[in-house]
Design a binder for this molecule. Structure first.
Ligand SMILES: Nc1ncnc2c1ncn2[C@@H]1O[C@H](COP(=O)(O)OP(=O)(O)OP(=O)(O)O)[C@@H](O)[C@H]1O
Ligand SMILES: [Mg+2]
Length: 270
């Protein structure tokens, strides 16, 4: 049965989508069958793996409102072993439409249930809100991964997020755990970045993942090509960081890397 990991933080622009895309792609190239679920009406994860959101007819919106089975809402991507449940702008309507539906917090979990066994990992990219779509994502998930940007006010809002996670654990999904806090956009030139790393580690200790994602221009530009960093520039620091993150999570989940080292992934020349 696949592990469902929601990438969440209601603070905007902290690297949720970048992490969702590139962690999913890393699992894929390491030969773990992965589904990326775009649960954000901004549809950045959808465009980030090369699918133009305006061409999307069915996806996460239909999953949430119960129109069609999950398999019919999933498409393949150019990245090996990576499928996508896409988003389009209509998803924003689900936030309101869900309010009056039964079992409104459980719609995504119910929709994903038939396909969970077909994947090793299901990664959900959440929007910067703690609304009903994000609650659905936390209700469906086994674990939540929290990206935290290495900047001023990094910890701002984290208490609110942890409180929401606690409420979901108590009332909706007792199996939800915290996969870890991921430090992102680390800039070696800034003393402040080190202070943030120290502060977050002091506060959250073992919850903080060892892998740190550095600020890397290739990571910033890859989405405009509709490519994960591994397809865009496999040798970049961003690619190395996200592959290391995938390996760390495999290790934390007691999964060994399939065929480690025997089949190095070759990115296509571009
Ligand atoms: N490690 C990085 N190095 C350089 N640029 C990055 C890095 N991580 C993210 N970015 C860029 O920072 C911006 C915000 O990142 P991203 O979209 O992943 O954040 P987000 O948390 O998903 O935002 P939102 O809350 O709007 O959904 C994007 O332009 C992205 O390309
Ligand atoms: Mg995003």
């Amino acid at each position: 049965m696949g592990k469902i990991i929601a990438i969440a933080n209601q603070k905007g622009g902290v690297g949720k989508t970048t992490t969702a895309i590139n962690l999913s792609a890393s699992f894929g190239v390491l030969e773990y069958k992965t589904l990326l679920v775009d649960a954000d009406p901004q549809a950045n994860a959808t465009s980030g793996v090369g699918i133009e959101p305006t061409t999307v007819e069915r996806g996460t919106y239909e999953a949430l409102i119960g129109e069609g089975d999950a398999r019919s809402l999933i498409v393949g991507t150019d990245t090996p072993n990576l499928d996508l449940m896409p988003a389009h702008i209509d998803l924003v309507g689900a936030e309101i439409e869900l309010i009056s539906t039964e079992e409104r917090e459980h719609r995504l979990a119910q929709a994903l249930a038939p396909v969970v066994d077909e994947y090793d990992f299901i990664i959900i990219d959440c929007s910067p809100s703690l609304g009903l779509i994000t609650v659905n994502s936390l209700a469906a998930a086994d674990a939540v991964l929290i990206p935290v940007q290495c900047e001023y006010f990094a910890l701002e809002g984290l208490g609110k997020l942890l409180n929401t996670i606690k409420i979901v654990q108590d009332q909706i999904n007792p199996r939800l755990s915290i996969e870890g806090i991921l430090l992102t956009m680390y800039d070696t030139r800034l003393r402040l970045a080190n202070q943030v790393v120290d502060e977050v580690r002091t506060h959250f200790q073992d919850l903080v993942l060892n892998t740190i994602i550095h600020r890397n221009t290739r990571l910033g530009e890859a989405p405009s090509y509709g490519e994960s960093i591994i397809m865009h520039d496999a040798s970049s620091k961003g690619s190395v960081n996200y592959l290391n993150l995938a390996r760390e999570l495999l290790q934390r989940n007691n999964l060994t890397q399939i065929d480690a080292g025997s089949k190095p992934f070759q990115a296509p020349n571009n």
